[in-house]
Structure formats: structure tokens, C-alpha cells
Design a protein around this ligand. Structure first.
Ligand code: NAP
Length: 256
């Protein structure tokens, strides 16, 4: 049974994996046997993340490629580099993302576009490039990282909500066009996960107690909570799961 979830030898690219959730997902995929390529924009931080993770695995299992996921030419060059230097790309996790908190009446269009391009357009650009290679081989897994904000709005994060809602439907659009070529495209939607991105919220007493009260599991999620579902969606164990968004949120989106 465990063979179903074995990723031995498969090449996985996790965007935005120099820290936070992406870094934990990269480790989980490597633990399941994959050869993992890390990504980020900041080359120094990325190299440090690669060196640290590489110490946990045999040589040749951890790689990195720095590029900006909003740049289609850089994405194309980088995926070609992965194909030629690491191996055929079988798993793509579109994880890179940013947040920008400001009331909508004060929101600049430049900030709106920056969030939309990093959190939504990037998944189209990197996903399309990966699919161009995967489709010819008749197999591939794309996992888009959504959020509870895919379904639930709150004030001051309009572009993030719009992007994450769009990402769920992009997952469906990719499925409509590529599933017949043997690709499975799905999304996971994490609840509130304690990372650098959310540290300021964890430190805010009022917000923290609101989260605990609003979450049936009565806790923040951890990056480890996301590992099992992502490994499953990257593996043969999910070969007939297409276009779904799996909420990993301690039950937040099923209660009022
Ligand atoms: P994080 O700790 O801030 O890390 C963000 C990562 O994305 C970094 O590795 C960063 O690289 C990379 N990145 C940002 N812009 C990029 C770009 N243009 N090109 C390439 N890489 C870029 O974020 P996180 O909390 O782990 O969140 C990761 C994903 O999970 C995001 O999509 C987020 O929306 C989603 N999510 C997070 C939570 C949560 O509670 N934390 C909940 C639900 C969903 P550099 O180091 O080079 O900047």
C-alpha cells in the first residue's frame, strides 16, 4: 500500500520554497523519495535553504533554481534547466505567494497587480511551462497552493482573496484542458498556518484568540499538517483526483 505514495526518482519543483510552507513541502516530497528543486527570488536565501536541506538527504536529491515566478521567460529557462540537469519534471507545486494588507479604499493598483501576478498569474505561467513538458510524456502532477481565502473573505486583503479564489478556478481550467493528457491538477487550501508570513498575526493577542475560537480544531495549523495531503496529490495514490481543492484548515471553512 505504501508504494502508492512512493515518489522515488520523481523530479519535483516547489516554487517559493526557500522558507515557510514551501520549504516544508519540499522536505516532505524529498522524504517520500523525490528529487526536489527549490526556488525563490533571493539567491542567497535559496542557496542557504538548499545547503541545509541537502544535509538531510543523499547527494543529488536536493537542487535549486532561482527565478521570479512572475517572469514567463525566466520560468521557461528555469524549467528547461531542471529538465536538462535534474530530470523530467513530474511534480510542480505552485506555492510562491505574497500578502499585502491595506483597506481596499487605500489600495494602489500597483500593489493589486503585484499580488495578483505573484499569487495567481505565476501559477498560469509556471504551470503552462511545466505542462508543455509533461503533456508529451502523458503524466504529471500540478498542485496549486490556495488558502481558506479561496472561499472566505475578510477586510484588508482584497487582492489576496481575488487571487486565491482565481487559483481554485485556474486549477479547474487546467484540469479541463490537460487531464486527458494524463496530468492531475489539484489544489490544497491551507487554513491559518504558523509561518514567517503569519508571525505578526500569531503575536496579535486578539487575532490569535479569534483564530482559536473560529477553528474547530482550536489551534493554528503547522507546516507538517500540509505534508501528507501534498505527498498524496503528488503520488499515484491520487491518479483519478482531478481539479479538486482540498481544505486543510482544522475545519474552519465548514462552520460559522
Ligand atoms: P513565506 O514564508 O512568506 O515564503 C514565501 C516564499 O515565496 C519564499 O520562498 C519567497 O522567496 C517566495 N516568493 C515570493 N515571491 C516570489 C516570486 N516572485 N518568485 C519566486 N518566489 C517568490 O510564505 P508562506 O507563509 O510559506 O506561504 C506560502 C504559500 O502558502 C503562499 O502561496 C501563501 O499564500 C500560502 N498560504 C499560507 C498560509 C499561512 O498561514 N502561512 C495559509 C494559506 C496559504 P524569497 O525568499 O526569495 O522571497
Amino acid at each position: 500500500m505504501t508504494g502508492l505514495f512512493d515518489l522515488t526518482g520523481r523530479v519535483a519543483l516547489v516554487t517559493g520554497s526557500s522558507r515557510g510552507i514551501g520549504s516544508a513541502l519540499a522536505r516532505a516530497l524529498a522524504e517520500a523519495g523525490a528529487k526536489v528543486v527549490l526556488n525563490g527570488v533571493n539567491g542567497e536565501r535559496l542557496k542557504a535553504a538548499e545547503d541545509a536541506l541537502a544535509q538531510e538527504f543523499p547527494p543529488g536529491r536536493i537542487h535549486s533554481v532561482a527565478f521570479d515566478v512572475t517572469d514567463d521567460h525566466a520560468a521557461a529557462r528555469s524549467i528547461l534547466w531542471v529538465e536538462e540537469n535534474v530530470g523530467p519534471l513530474e511534480i510542480l507545486v505552485n506555492n510562491a505567494g505574497i500578502q499585502h494588507r491595506v483597506p481596499m479604499l487605500d489600495l494602489d493598483v500597483a500593489d493589486w497587480e503585484r499580488v495578483l501576478s505573484t499569487d495567481l498569474t505565476s501559477a498560469f505561467l509556471v504551470g503552462r511551462e511545466a505542462a508543455r513538458h509533461m503533456i508529451g510524456r502523458g503524466r504529471g502532477k500540478i498542485i496549486n497552493i490556495c488558502s481558506v481565502q479561496t472561499d472566505l473573505a475578510r477586510p484588508t486583503i482584497a487582492p489576496y482573496i481575488a487571487a486565491k479564489g482565481g487559483l481554485r478556478n485556474l486549477t479547474r481550467a487546467m484540469t479541463a484542458e490537460w487531464a486527458a493528457s494524463g496530468l492531475q491538477i489539484n489544489a490544497v487550501a491551507p487554513g491559518y498556518i504558523h509561518t514567517e508570513m503569519t508571525q505578526n498575526l500569531v503575536d496579535d493577542e486578539d487575532f490569535n484568540s479569534w483564530i482559536l475560537g473560529r477553528t474547530p480544531a482550536h489551534r493554528w495549523g503547522t507546516v507538517e499538517d500540509l505534508a501528507g495531503p501534498v505527498v498524496w496529490l503528488a503520488s499515484d495514490g491520487s491518479n483519478f483526483v482531478n481539479g479538486q481543492t482540498i481544505f486543510i484548515d482544522g475545519g474552519m471553512t465548514v462552520v460559522v
